[in-house]
Design a protein around this ligand. Structure first.
Ligand SMILES: CC(C)(COP(=O)(O)OP(=O)(O)OC[C@H]1O[C@@H](n2cnc3c(N)ncnc32)[C@H](O)[C@@H]1OP(=O)(O)O)[C@@H](O)C(=O)NCCC(=O)NCCS
Length: 159
């Protein structure tokens, strides 16, 4: 477990560049071996800085910080009761950070009337989500950069 304090706050436009780099590093570190390297590299650069301000409008975005350092981010679509993202900087992996913003989003989902939360897990993240109480429903194939990209649809009841 982390011996420094983690705090959580809403994401801001200014977080964009730092989060883009966090995405890149954590995807390269964590998805290697779960997908062909070409797909890992494409995914690692997929954070869209131009679209970030609009994402902040459309989603609930929670950022985790350790000191002044960006440690993670998770986002949630309230209309769809769907977790969109959960990413933790590789420097802070396996220290209990990822599950915390996820828990905060689940509490918000419950308060806004979601009976369950769903998400599309990348293969590398399935064990993490299982630990967080999600169950796998089915494998789905997405087309990503004109190539198939397998994800696992998962759900957690909030009842
Ligand atoms: C998936 C991810 C968010 C996990 O974040 P994290 O902060 O390392 O996870 P936590 O430390 O909160 O882990 C919670 C539990 O899941 C387990 N866990 C986390 N990653 C795991 C993995 N790859 N394999 C097995 N178990 C894992 C932890 O051991 C912990 O279990 P415990 O409660 O028994 O101690 C992080 O690895 C990541 O950013 N990956 C790359 C991006 C990604 O794939 N995001 C998901 C997209 S769908």
């Amino acid at each position: 477990m982390l011996d420094q304090n983690v705090h959580f706050r809403p994401g801001t436009v200014e977080d964009g560049p730092g989060l883009k780099e966090l995405y890149r590093l954590t995807v390269l570190a964590n998805a290697k071996g779960s997908y062909p390297q070409e797909d890992v590299e494409r995914w690692s650069t997929a954070f869209n800085l131009e679209a970030w301000p609009q994402r902040l409008q459309d989603l609930t975005v929670i950022v985790a910080e350790v000191g002044n350092e960006l440690a993670g981010v998770a986002s949630f679509d309230s209309e769809e009761c769907l977790v969109q993202t959960c990413y933790v900087h590789p420097r802070f992996n396996r220290q209990g950070i990822g599950r915390q913003p996820l828990g905060l989003l689940e509490a918000k989902a419950k308060s806004t009337g979601c009976q369950q939360v769903t998400l599309d897990a990348s293969l590398n993240a399935v064990p993490f989500y299982e630990k967080c109480g999600y169950r796998a429903i089915e494998r789905e194939i997405r087309i990503y950069g004109e190539r198939p990209f397998v994800v696992v649809k998962m759900a957690k009841s909030l009842a």
